[in-house]
Design a protein around this ligand. Structure first.
Ligand code: IDP
Ligand code: MG
Length: 149
């Protein structure tokens, strides 16, 4: 089992896409093990997107992600990092396949609705940035045995 960090970005929240996005992930069979809304402080945004510091889109990206609340999630399941990346689609929504979240709901690379970790290492790092250990809850669901053999 893997855990990944997923976030509905400010545009997703403003455009009433929180339920739709959580619903897709939930229906796939991913288990929500952490969930909250927050307004990201600048320092946290700069840490989260640290790998992009110095790039031309860094400053607008930090402005965007701190402009309005986000919904942060920890999701658990088999091969979860890769699965959610596929469900999310490529960075530019205009290139993203139809049927993916970005492909279905986005029009601009600077407003691409959702974030998810790109590797197990970034997942661990990002989950650590956004959730305190006690905010991630390990629990059993009756449905587990209907989702995994
Ligand atoms: P990802 O979100 O698909 O992992 P990254 O390359 O890690 O894509 O970029 C992080 C975020 O930075 C993107 O989701 C997008 O919001 C923003 N971004 C990336 N490239 C550009 C760009 O060329 N112009 C504007 N924003 C960008
Ligand atoms: Mg990325």
């Amino acid at each position: 089992m893997e855990r990944t960090y997923v976030m509905v970005k400010p545009d997703g929240v403003q455009r009433n896409l929180v339920g739709e996005i959580i619903s897709r992930l939930e229906k796939k069979g991913l288990k929500i093990v952490g969930l909250k809304m927050l307004q990201i402080p600048r320092e946290l945004a700069e840490l989260h997107y640290g790998e992009h510091k110095g790039k031309p889109f860094f400053e607008p990206l930090v402005e965007y992600i701190t402009s309005s609340p986000v919904v942060a999630m920890a999701l658990e399941g088999k091969d979860t990092v890769g699965t959610v990346r596929e469900m999310m689609g490529t960075t530019d929504p205009l290139d993203a396949a139809q049927g993916t979240i970005r492909g279905d709901f986005g029009m601009d690379i600077g407003r691409n609705v959702v974030h998810s970790s790109d590797s197990l290492e970034s997942a661990a790092r990002e989950l650590g940035l956004f959730f305190a250990p006690e905010e991630i809850i390990e629990y059993k669901k009756e449905l587990d045995s209907w989702i995994y053999e």
